[in-house]
Design a protein around this ligand. Sequence first.
Ligand code: 5AD
Ligand code: SF4
Length: 421
Amino acid sequence: MHNKKLHIITFGCQMNEADSENIAFSFKKRDFELTGDLKKADITVINTCVVRERAEHRSISKIGFLEKWKERNPGRKIFVVGCAAEKLGIKYIKSKFPFVDEVVGAKSLDKFDNVLSAYFKNENPDYKIPLNLFNSPFTAYVTIMKGCFLKCSYCIVPRVRGEAVYVSPEDVLREVKTKVSNGAREIILLGQTVNSYRHALNGKNVSFSKLLEMICKIDGVKRIRFMSPHPLYFDEGFFEVLKSDSRIARHAHLPVQSGSDKILKLMKRGYTRKKYLEILSKLKQAVPDIRISTDFIVGFPGETASDFADTISLLEQIRFISAYCFKYSVRTGSPQVKDSIPEREKEKRLEILLKTVRENSREIFKSRIGRIEETLFETEKTGKSSTNFNVETDSKQKPGETAQIEICGVHKNVLQGRPIP
Ligand code: 5AD
Ligand code: SF4
């Protein structure tokens, strides 16, 4: 008998990617194999997102799309999980899509394994945690914080992911060790405000920087990334470890959202433009070549042309390596539920923003020429730099190892280079 096949469709953020990995693990323990081909699948899991209206629509319409897939073979099963399942509720999803077999909301995903136990009896508890489900074969996610304690006024995440809970250092270290012993070389620590991490261990407080130090001591860890930090939660200890251990990636994704103090206040972000710039300069003081990427929202209620001009000027002031740009999308369940900027105006602003991002990005890629990029190779010829660029070389490297690559060109947003002896 052939193994049953599982297909997973993931929308949304890296939190969801991490959840999908855990879901896949639960299925693999029960002798399922992953397939990228829906036609071959016996079970499909849709891991949904609701961060913006579009993400929610796409998640939901995917459920509808699977009705035909199931009709072709009624033995097939459909699982709907994640943020839309949480927001809309089991009842709603089952009534709107009666062909769905199981609904598990984002807050209940740590109990996903129990849900599956009801379905399957022949478990294989010795199954090794699989890596390489979705990402590089050497990258593993480790969630150190669930939920969120902030109340950014545009955001629905606290509602669907719940109160902030930190994973204990013991559990984090155990998970890192397991994943490293299964082949991981790069660990991505995940949390909504990942750098606010704090937890007691033997009566002492373990801060984010302390946790980084502990992870750095684990043999086999070649790189640590973290997603997403919040500008307000870097402390002095963090700048110290960042400076002293180059295994901590020379890149931070630090969402700014807007360049206007008025809008930042309305968004309840807790920092001003000046404060954000101060934090960036501290990061650069610690590691001059650190690269920063960010997120922007345009068209937040009350955003005037002059507020938007502040966002553009921030973008011109800071050479972000990349920026994800979004039109404000009203989310019921978030603190801010009014929308005041017409759609056409939002679109116009988004276009201007994206154009500026693109222009900057060309310059940034060019500016890497002549530099040395520490690169973790995923294949013999391709890898990712510590600064978060894709890198390619024409001489063979050892996958899973880092090498110093001198950049001599750029091709389609990939840095081209050769190893330095
Ligand atoms: N509308 C538009 N963008 C949003 N984001 C979060 N909520 C909204 C919203 N309601 C963006 C933010 C955040 C990223 C993950 O999604 O920029 O950093
Ligand atoms: Fe991630 Fe937010 Fe989307 Fe949930 S709603 S998947 S937390 S981006």
